[in-house]
Design a protein around this ligand. Structure first.
Ligand SMILES: *[C@@H]1O[C@H](CO)[C@@H](O)[C@H](O)[C@H]1NC(C)=O
Ligand SMILES: *[C@@H]1O[C@H](CO)[C@@H](O)[C@H](O)[C@H]1NC(C)=O
Ligand SMILES: *[C@@H]1O[C@H](CO)[C@@H](O)[C@H](O)[C@H]1NC(C)=O
Ligand SMILES: *[C@@H]1O[C@H](CO)[C@@H](O)[C@H](O)[C@H]1NC(C)=O
Ligand SMILES: *[C@@H]1O[C@H](CO)[C@@H](O)[C@H](O)[C@H]1NC(C)=O
Length: 450
């Protein structure tokens, strides 16, 4: 890296660290006047455990040093929201979902019920950028020591810094964000050499800690899944509502849409079935069904859509249904993009969302806002997705879209420092905190009863 480039990179990062600290001081003093903390914050107090920079800020300085991973420096800006999609945009950013650790940390600093006293806290947040720090194991020089991921953190929490904070509840009240699928952290300790992933979630040292991941395992123990961040981060109510009304007004001329890559393999699988059905139906002459196109395939191969939301948001605004087949793992960010576009998600397995995001998308509501077609029916029994979707009456489709719109605030991460009006709506961050506090409180009761 040239010295010029490295000084450009170093600058935003030092600013970030300084701003974080400054905001911590200002937000805690201003919110104190806003409402009666004692009653509003009962059972909601959170203490942020101070960590040395090696656990969060330092790994950001290596953002361009992973040749087989993307250079992620551009996505660190704006506290992890990334750069704006264009200069005049107020709500849209080139957000990389793996930056959720930064986004979450920034939001945590404006959480109204922070306490400086660990003894009076109901939960303890560890501001460790676990996913970013894991890159040196996943894509870097330390691939052969990936069973060590987390051991230095544990050493710090348990031995070096105020060990009584951990020991008070044996770590059961601690939580952190790990902004990748849990699969990336579940390498069995017995695999030598490692096949894929670090062993963070397999270490007995962290069994008691709650981890917020983008996707949980089929049988999760420590982790709970929270929504992938999308590119939409409105700062106030007016901008949020103008988007909602644009979504509601949008003319839906396409029946169904798939945005993603893959599907070209010869083996039967759901993405291949979708591709074939799409290729066949786009040439169909459609009469009288109200759609000018049955299926649109937005090709996102080679990551071309990842930081370019316009590519898929425009077409999603024009589609009634958005297909969400499993990719490399069962979940996909596109589920949340489609909800923001008012495009009804179609799932093909329960692990794609229903068994994951219970804090944000209540399990009992899935039938109201989404469609489920078992993938086996499509791949092996010849069920046509187009037929299933065409058979849903228009009035029912409209009702479902309204339910999708209701889910919108629940899955979006509004911008840090949002207006009071918008902050009154619970967003993905608020619901994650609610979930964490509930989970930790019931965990502590179980432990106490043992
Ligand atoms: C956006 O703003 C930056 C800084 O103000 C400026 O350098 C850049 O040329 C602008 N880009 C566009 C496309 O207007
Ligand atoms: C990250 O940067 C530090 C200091 O510049 C260096 O010691 C370390 O080896 C780097 N890590 C990776 C994975 O490149
Ligand atoms: C990791 O171990 C494998 C097999 O033992 C070896 O081939 C590889 O070079 C090692 N990688 C690194 C980065 O040390
Ligand atoms: C986890 O909790 C159990 C009891 O609930 C305790 O025995 C164990 O030592 C704790 N683990 C750590 C690493 O603190
Ligand atoms: C696509 O069309 C071809 C030719 O009409 C047909 O043989 C094939 O079964 C169709 N495939 C699907 C998935 O509908």
């Amino acid at each position: 890296m040239s010295p010029l480039k490295s000084s450009i990179l170093a600058k935003p990062i030092t600013i970030t660290a300084a701003t974080l600290f400054f905001l911590l001081l200002t937000t805690t003093t201003t919110t104190a006047q806003d409402f009666d903390l004692e009653s509003e914050c009962t059972n909601k107090w959170i203490y942020i455990r101070p960590l040395p920079p090696q656990f969060n800020v330092d790994p950001l300085s290596n953002c361009s040093e992973y040749p087989i991973f993307d250079n992620f420096c551009p996505y660190v800006s704006n506290h992890g929201l990334g750069q704006k999609t264009h200069n005049k945009s107020h709500s849209w950013y080139r957000t990389d979902p793996f930056m959720l650790e930064l986004v979450f940390h920034r939001r945590m600093l404006e959480y109204p019920c922070l306490t400086f006293d660990p003894n009076s806290a109901n939960a303890i947040y560890i501001p460790y950028y676990a996913g970013i720090d894991s890159l040196r194991y996943l894509y870097g020089p330390e691939v052969n020591s990936s069973f060590e991921h987390g051991l230095d953190l544990f050493q710090y929490l348990y031995h070096s810094d105020s060990p009584e904070i951990w020991r008070k509840n044996s770590g059961h009240d601690h939580f952190l964000v790990m902004a990748r699928p849990a699969w990336d952290f579940s390498q069995p300790l017995s695999n030598d050499p490692p096949i894929w992933g670090t062993s963070f979630l397999e270490l007995p040292e962290f069994y008691n800690v709650t981890a917020l991941t983008l996707e949980a395992r089929a049988y999760p123990w420590q982790e709970h899944a929270i929504p992938y961040p999308t590119s939409f981060h409105p700062p106030n109510m007016a901008l949020f509502e103008s988007w909602v009304s644009r979504v509601r007004r949008s003319r839906r001329t396409t029946l169904m849409l798939f945005a993603g890559g893959g599907g070209i393999s010869a083996n039967p699988n759901i993405r291949r079935s979708i591709r074939l059905e799409c290729e066949n139906s786009t040439s169909t002459d459609v009469n009288g069904c109200g759609y000018s196109e049955l299926c649109e395939f937005v090709d996102c191969s080679n990551g071309v859509c990842e930081h370019d939301p316009i590519r898929f948001m425009r077409p999603m605004l024009q589609a009634s249904f958005c297909l969400q087949p499993p990719g490399d793992t069962p979940t996909r960010r596109s589920t949340f993009d489609s909800i923001l576009a008012g495009c009804i998600p179609v799932f093909f397995e329960e692990l794609s969302a229903k068994k994951q995001y219970g804090w944000h998308l209540p399990e009992e509501k899935y039938e109201e806002f989404s469609v489920f077609i078992p993938k086996e029916d499509v791949v092996f029994k010849g069920v046509s997705i187009v037929d299933v979707l065409m058979n849903i009456p228009r009035a029912e489709v409209r009702r479902m879209r309204e339910k999708v719109l209701e889910m919108m605030p629940r899955v979006m991460y509004r911008k840090h420092g949002s207006s009071l009006g918008l902050s009154a709506k619970k967003d993905a961050f608020d619901l994650a905190i609610e979930g964490v506090l509930k989970r930790i409180s019931s965990r502590l009761k179980e432990v106490a009863a043992q």
